[in-house]
Design a binder for this molecule. Structure first.
Ligand code: UDP
Ligand code: MG
Length: 314
């Protein structure tokens, strides 16, 4: 018989008034069938519709429901962070409110956790009803970020995740402001297991992550998980300087051998200017390296993470 533990469900809510009652009914069925105790944390991320009233309604009939009401829309990443920061469970499970993440899988997440996984990640097989642009966008994003970043970020891994208490505590130590919750969790390591699922279509309303918002998120996470974009200027500078330097050398050698300039004045000027631009870019690249250092210091991630449960520390 498994031990009874408190598990926290974390749901970010942005304009989900129609989904909340359905989500609650579905979740209730599933969690009541588990032997565990539950708290359901709904983080209202500044919804403009009646989401709060819906939440209040379910809170009245179920005292496991907790509402965190943001003063405005801060974004899903911050909403889930708030949930993780404030949950009390021995583990927490994050889930979207739009029923795209199948709640029936919750017991499977718990089973994997009970068998020793510290992070259980839902991996989306296919998103029914998702546009081609979004699909391609996410494909390209994961290709690029895995190429340029030290943290391995599994493509199609979603925010549908379970975190062990220990991971939660370590997560709470992180102070960086520009964050992508799932990438941060991936950075932390720990024993991981995956659960594949097929994402349903959004029940009501439409995805509030527009293409632009996603692009912004992608850029943000590339910037905070890789220094490559900063180095591009430097690389470009080196390439331009070397090429134009060689060209200049070639011009002088031909002049030396034949005694006449085969190249017009403007052409030579262009080569000289290119060479100088290359040098300026190299200098920019150098500055970028210093900024990279500052960036690293400022994001203030822990140098390392020690697994408490198996180490001799208090
Ligand atoms: N969400 C949020 N704040 C936002 C946008 C979305 O809390 O600014 C929540 C939303 O209510 C849902 C989840 O994040 O529970 C996923 O949002 P959405 O379905 O719009 O994103 P997608 O399915 O495209 O990832
Ligand atoms: Mg969705």
């Amino acid at each position: 018989m498994t031990e009874k533990k408190l598990i926290s469900l974390i749901v970010p809510i942005y304009n989900e008034e129609k989904n909340i009652p359905v989500l609650y009914e579905n979740v209730k069925k599933v969690i009541d069938s588990t032997p565990h105790l539950w708290e359901m944390i709904f983080v209202n991320d500044g919804s403009r519709d009646g989401s709060v009233d819906e939440l209040k309604k379910i809170k009245e009939i179920d005292n496991r429901v907790k509402i965190f009401d943001f003063s405005r829309n801060f974004g899903k990443e911050i909403a889930t962070t708030a949930g993780i920061n404030n949950c009390r469970g021995a583990a927490c499970i994050m889930i979207d409110a739009d029923l795209q993440h199948p709640v029936e899988l919750i017991p499977e997440f718990i089973k994997k956790w009970e068998n020793g996984a510290e992070v259980v990640v839902g991996v989306r097989k296919r998103n029914k009803g998702e546009g081609l642009v979004k699909k391609m966008g996410s494909y390209v994003f994961y290709k690029i970020i895995n190429r340029i970043s030290d943290t391995e970020i599994v493509s199609q891994a979603t925010d549908f995740r379970l975190l062990d208490r220990e991971v939660i505590d370590q997560f709470n130590v992180m102070t960086e402001r520009n964050r992508m919750t799932r990438a941060l969790i991936d950075w932390m390591g720990y024993k991981r297991q995956y659960i594949n699922f097929e994402a349903n279509e959004r029940l009501h309303g439409k995805a509030s992550y527009s293409f632009w918002k996603l692009l912004q998120l992608a850029f943000n996470s590339m910037i905070s998980f890789s220094l490559f974009p900063l180095r591009i200027a430097g690389y470009l500078g080196i390439t331009i300087t070397v090429l134009s330097g060689l060209l200049g050398l070639f011009i002088f050698i031909t002049k030396y051998i034949s005694g006449i300039f085969y190249f017009s004045g403007p052409a030579i000027l262009a080569v000289v200017i290119l060479f100088l631009i290359g040098i300026v870019l190299i200098c920019l690249g150098l500055i970028a390296l210093y900024i990279a250092n500052i960036h690293n210091e400022v994001s203030n991630r822990p140098l390392y993470i020690i697994r408490k449960s198996t180490s001799n520390i208090e």
